[in-house]
Design a protein around this ligand. Structure first.
Ligand SMILES: Nc1nc2c(ncn2[C@@H]2O[C@H](COP(=O)(O)OP(=O)(O)OP(=O)(O)O)[C@@H](O)[C@H]2O)c(=O)[nH]1
Ligand SMILES: [Mg+2]
Length: 436
């Protein structure tokens, strides 16, 4: 396994902000820096030096000022370091100038996360998505770094000379690669779309686990569905969307899906590339929003997950209808009273490590499933094969008896989802039916 020695730089920006956009406070900062350390570990790298840097005015050319850069150079033995990681976002110019001064390879938070995704991606879709994210990121860097090279060459090159055509060439190459990747991804997405339609037709309810990375989504998934997705105390253990099912009363199946976790400053390139996996969330009936109740930063994490859901296209009213807050790791902390979170009314506490700790959630899911279905008695006239077969396909029929007293045909008792029932009524308005 690769093992880099890294130097981690944690910048704190002026106006009590850190990482350029998160509100800073002591509690946040501790859990945030803990999170960044886990990100570095997820890259199989060790941190040998760490430094917090206060930045009052970020310099557009270097981020930090020259004195601080020289301090880093003189006070640490950089010969031991393979990689310097800045836990913020660096512009291409800042990155290059820092590399020049410190004479080390430098990456920022976006690159760090893309690297980890690269290591984790296992399925074809996952790999394509990461590659796409990487290329989209490279594209922005490339253009600017060539501009710089061009300037360096100055008088040596003709106007619009080799630099210019090289940028064009590389840009075209990257664009054509991106186009190809998108095409391959589309194919995978289409297959997924077919599967999704199939599930919807089977009238199963879909619950999607979603939440901050490391909150316990896969542990919940495994214990509910008796699967064994990788569960690890590390960020981004899961990258690919997985489906499983649980049986509830009446043998009705409920589908559960587990997907990639969110994190602060998740690169937009990654969100864009992973949109097709995340689209699964839109066809879900409910979103199980998993929170780590033992994490002091729980409210920020919840806000971030909520904002990410909005950024991928959810509207607030839909989230209000779909979100169920799952407060996990309640074996470590069970006090919910001070936690301010959206839609807190709909919440359930879990401890996913044992089946007992998930009992509450199972009951909650079963109750919701009950509410989504209605038991109905249909009077199906004789020879209405089309209607009969529709019912068998779209509902759970548990009894059928022939009758020739009050009408001639079959009395069919079925449990049917409310959506399907409405559809049935619109398609076959002549059929008599009774809620039982
Ligand atoms: N104490 C405690 N630990 C838990 C609980 N649920 C999960 N964990 C631990 O939390 C860590 C992360 O669990 P995962 O299930 O991998 O979390 P995840 O949300 O799927 O994480 P990503 O896939 O990385 O987004 C693991 O070490 C689990 O054993 C819980 O209820 N209590
Ligand atoms: Mg997981």
């Amino acid at each position: 396994m690769i093992n880099y020695n890294t130097f981690l730089i944690l910048p704190i920006f002026k106006n009590n902000k850190f990482l350029q956009n998160d509100i800073f406070n002591q509690k946040n900062f501790i859990s945030r820096s803990y999170e960044t350390r886990s990100l570095v570990q997820a890259l199989n790298a060790s941190i040998i030096f760490e430094k917090i840097i206060n930045i009052s005015v970020p310099k557009s050319s270097l981020l930090i000022n020259n004195t601080v850069a020289n301090e880093i150079k003189n006070n640490f033995d950089l010969s031991l370091v393979d990689l310097i990681i800045f836990d913020c976002s660096l512009s291409p110019i800042q990155q290059r100038n820092l590399e020049k001064i410190l004479q080390k390879k430098i990456i920022d938070r976006t690159q760090l996360i893309i690297e980890i995704f690269g290591l984790r991606a296992k399925t074809k879709e996952g790999k394509l998505q990461v590659e796409l994210a990487n290329l989209s990121f490279e594209k922005t860097r490339l253009v600017r770094s060539w501009t710089h090279l061009e300037r360096q060459r100055g008088g040596l090159s003709k106007v619009g000379g080799p630099g210019e055509s090289q940028i064009e060439l590389d840009k075209r190459m990257i664009n054509s690669k991106i186009k190809k990747l998108k095409k391959s991804l589309l194919k995978v997405t289409q297959t997924r779309e077919v599967q999704r339609k199939f599930r919807k037709n089977a009238s199963s309810l879909i619950f999607s686990l979603v939440g901050y990375t490391n909150s316990g989504k896969s542990t919940i998934f495994n214990n509910l569905t008796a699967s064994n997705i990788l569960v690890k105390d590390m960020v981004f253990a899961t990258l690919d969307t997985k489906m499983g099912s649980i049986k509830v009363s009446d043998n009705k199946k409920i589908i559960i899906s587990d997907t990639v976790g969110f994190i602060s400053a998740l690169p937009t390139e990654l969100i864009d590339s992973f949109k097709s996996s995340l689209e699964e969330l839109f066809s879900s009936d409910y979103l199980l929003l998993v929170h780590d109740l033992s994490n002091p930063n729980i409210e920020n994490q919840a806000k971030l997950v909520f904002d990410t859901l909005i950024s991928i296209g959810f509207v607030e009213e839909e989230l209000e209808r779909k979100i169920i807050n799952v407060f996990n790791k309640c074996d470590l902390n069970s006090d919910l009273s001070n936690v301010k979170i959206k839609f807190k009314k709909r919440s359930v506490k879990t401890s996913a490590l044992t089946p007992k700790g998930l009992q509450n959630l199972k009951i909650y899911i079963e109750n919701l499933a009950e509410k989504k279905f209605t038991k109905v008695l249909f009077h199906i006239p004789i020879d209405s094969y089309k209607i009969s077969s529709w019912l068998y396909k779209n509902s759970h029929v548990y009894n059928e008896t022939y009758c020739d007293i009050d009408f001639v045909g079959n009395k069919v008792s079925a449990k049917i989802s409310n959506d399907k029932l409405n559809f049935f009524k619109s398609q076959f308005p002549e059929i008599e039916l009774y809620t039982i």
